[in-house]
Design a protein around this ligand. Structure first.
Ligand SMILES: Nc1ncnc2c1ncn2[C@@H]1O[C@H](COP(=O)(O)OP(=O)(O)OP(=O)(O)O)[C@@H](O)[C@H]1O
Ligand SMILES: O=C(O)[C@H](O)CO
Length: 504
């Protein structure tokens, strides 16, 4: 198999590790009247209710209902518009609920924005939780996209007002941490509200993380997690993005009523709640590492928190590739030292706290000793400043930017170790949809720009129009695109760098 084929296999292993059914089965057991999640057990006796919200929740709910059997009484889940149709059309029948399901499925939040359908779902979920007693257990399934699928604005804030504020913040580049800090303070169910309403029932939440650092109170705005944020934090965020003057009166009223904490009660009110992370970027990368090792690569995971502007991140990966090639060729060159300094500066500038350059060295040293090819893995989520009107996504744009950086590096250095190695760079979204495109991501390599020129394609033109999908659709007959279809899971993005010396 070729390096590009290996990179796709490794990416696929990452995605398969976090498929909703796999995660439920790996983390949940039901034996008689005992429900065990990870290492914690709960008694069950036909007293389980289920609610869920998020892009991965349909498959999670189908697997959970199978496991819970007769213990499960009733459920409501809020999932993205059209998801059941897509699953049927793509033959992913095992992610759908069985015809005899006890669950009500409500589809909503088209384009990831809260709407009336999602509001109806949130109302039903609230109603179900309010009716629970100390004898009941509420199983809560949470995944990315959950914030938009569980809107419950605190009156007098309206859905439209909340939606408009969220949109304005997002358009001004607010991070998901900032966005969800504000959302929590305006919601009845977010920021621990759902758990509070379900009290005194036992609440067991299974959470799939799609945020950097896996912060429980940020994922889907933490409906079962006490909020660590205060109202002042909301005001700071609103003023940072110059939105203070445009906040509606209703929002001011709710914020002033909250006075201090944005959580629904104190943390001792959460004694009835157990939150479990069952899927994350780290879990996906761990499996990707296993797959890569079984394919014969010296492998290291560098980070699960790669974030920042896609252009800066692409520069980081390009330098890392050059550093790796130079280390594989000669462990003490001046070029290698300079690259290392530049890499460390970029990591500090991008603020990627968990980045382990030492892990990269371990893989490189192992490879130098064994002659095995190298695989470097990382994950996270970058941001793209949209300047053009093209079609693309952050992963395809990153792959194209890395190709361009490698091309430039090759031109500026003769006798470059880069040219002596075969290099593959893959970036893909684990949800299978990179931006509004039909691809999950793309594969790049050192010679891509030269090959594109010979096909009459100018990489820089496509990049300046944010048109990476159009580029990769045309280039090489589309064979550098990674197309998986919607995976119905999401633990952010995965990058894989594969390097081996060229055969002479
Ligand atoms: N033409 C484009 N080129 C590059 N990136 C784009 C383009 N259009 C949109 N994007 C990026 O795609 C992202 C939105 O797509 P997507 O829905 O995959 O991401 P998301 O909102 O983070 O959702 P999820 O977390 O489920 O992946 C935004 O970060 C946006 O900047
Ligand atoms: O739903 C959300 O808030 C985001 O996907 C982060 O979890």
């Amino acid at each position: 198999m070729s390096l590009p084929q290996h990179s796709v296999e490794i990416f696929q292993a990452a995605v398969n590790a976090v498929l909703p059914q796999t995660m439920i089965r790996n983390n949940v057991r039901v034996e008689g009247e005992k429900l065990t999640v990870q290492n914690q057990s709960f008694p069950v006796h036909k007293n389980v209710y289920l609610v869920g919200f998020g892009k991965a929740v349909l498959g999670m709910a189908a697997a959970a209902e199978d496991l819970l059997g007769e213990h499960m009484l009733q459920g409501v889940i809020s999932v993205p518009s059209g998801i059941q149709e897509v699953l049927r059309a793509t033959g992913k029948i095992d992610m759908l609920l069985k015809p005899q399901t006890k669950m009500q499925v409500i589809e909503g939040a088209k384009h990831n924005l809260p709407d009336e359908n999602a509001l109806t779902a949130a109302n039903r979920i609230q109603h179900l939780a309010e009716g629970l007693t100390a004898k009941d257990l509420l199983f809560v399934l949470i995944s990315g996209g959950g914030s938009a699928l569980l809107p419950a604005p605190i009156p007098p804030v309206t859905l439209q007002e909340k939606q408009s504020l969220t949109k304005q913040l997002a358009a001004k580049g607010a991070t998901i941490h900032e966005l969800n800090t504000v959302r929590k303070s305006l919601s009845l169910l977010k920021g621990g509200g759902l758990a509070k309403i379900a009290n005194p029932a036992q609440v067991v939440s299974l959470i799939m993380s799609d945020v950097i650092g896996d912060s429980l109170d940020i994922i889907a705005s933490g409906p079962t997690v006490p909020s660590s944020h205060r109202t002042e934090d909301c005001y700071k965020i609103l003023s940072k993005y110059n939105l203070e003057s445009s906040i509606p009166e209703s929002v001011k009223e709710v914020l002033s009523r909250a006075k201090g904490s944005t959580t629904h009660g104190e943390s001792q009110d959460f004694a009835h709640v157990c939150n479990f992370i069952i899927g994350s970027n780290a879990i996906a990368l761990k499996q990707a590492k296993c797959q890569s090792e079984s394919l014969g690569y010296s492998t290291s995971v560098l980070s699960t928190a790669v974030s920042g502007d896609v252009r800066n991140v692409a520069k980081l990966y390009s330098m890392l590739i050059q550093y790796a090639c130079s280390t594989l060729a000669d462990s003490n060159s001046v070029q290698q030292g300079n690259l290392k300094d530049a890499i460390l500066q970029t990591i500090a500038m991008l603020d990627i706290p968990d980045f382990q350059l030492d892990n990269c060295l371990i893989a490189l040293e192992e490879s130098r000793g064994s002659g095995r090819p190298v695989c470097l893995l990382a994950g996270g989520e970058t941001t793209v400043m949209l300047r053009g009107k093209g079609k693309g996504g952050r992963n395809q744009e990153m792959a194209l930017l890395v190709a361009l950086e490698l091309h430039k590096a090759k031109l500026t250095r003769s006798q470059d170790p880069l040219s002596e190695h075969e290099v593959i760079f893959l970036s893909g979204g684990t949800d299978g949809q990179d931006g509004p495109t039909e691809a999950a991501g793309a594969i790049a390599y050192t010679e891509l720009v030269d090959e594109a020129i010979s096909e009459g394609l100018n990489v820089e033109d496509f990049l300046s129009n944010n048109d990476s999908f159009t580029f990769f659709s045309k280039f090489n007959n589309g064979s550098n695109l990674i197309v998986t279809g919607l995976t119905c899971t999401n633990v952010m993005d995965v990058q894989a760098i594969l390097i081996r010396p060229k055969r002479r």
